[in-house]
Design a protein around this ligand. Structure first.
Ligand code: FES
Length: 145
């Protein structure tokens, strides 16, 4: 019997479709990177969670910022996965960093405008693709709405 959810013949046979493969977790991605010399530091970001605790997190090039926050378990568990449907990925960038991160597109701005609480440097973290030149980024998770 064919499943309407299976999208290709190459889809994995074990486990339901849509379940995150353990090999794609942030820890495995970080571990698979080429070895760093002692002088090199891994790209990191500094995140203040909704309880005021600051975390230093390792990040992986090409991942959505929301995915990095979610996989590190700092309170980004109930998102729509980046479909611009939930705004649960709302973060407030440090003012210095807000100028250095690519600006929001029209769809993100429209979704941000729907939020009851908006800050000067509010962003939807699912719309920010991490690049290693963002290392040092500082942000705060917005309180849930
Ligand atoms: S993850 Fe839903 S809008 Fe960003």
């Amino acid at each position: 019997m064919h499943s309407k959810y299976r999208t290709s013949a190459a889809a994995p046979r074990s486990g339901p479709v849509g379940v995150v493969n353990k090999m794609s977790s942030i820890e495995n991605m970080v571990a698979q990177r080429p070895a760093q010399s002692p002088q090199q530091t891994l790209p990191t970001l500094h995140v203040e969670d909704r309880h005021g605790v600051v975390h230093e997190l390792e990040a992986v090039e090409g991942w959505r910022l929301m995915e990095i926050l979610r996989d590190h378990g700092v309170g980004m568990d109930n998102t729509c996965g980046g479909a611009l449907a939930c705004a649960e990925c709302h973060v407030i960038l440090d003012a210095e960093w807000a100028r250095r991160v690519p600006p929001p597109n029209e769809e993100e701005i429209e979704k941000l405008d729907e939020l009851p609480m908006l800050y000067e440097h509010s962003r939807l973290s699912c719309q920010i693709i991490w690049s290693d030149d963002m290392s040092g980024l500082r942000l705060k998770l917005a309180q849930e709405t």
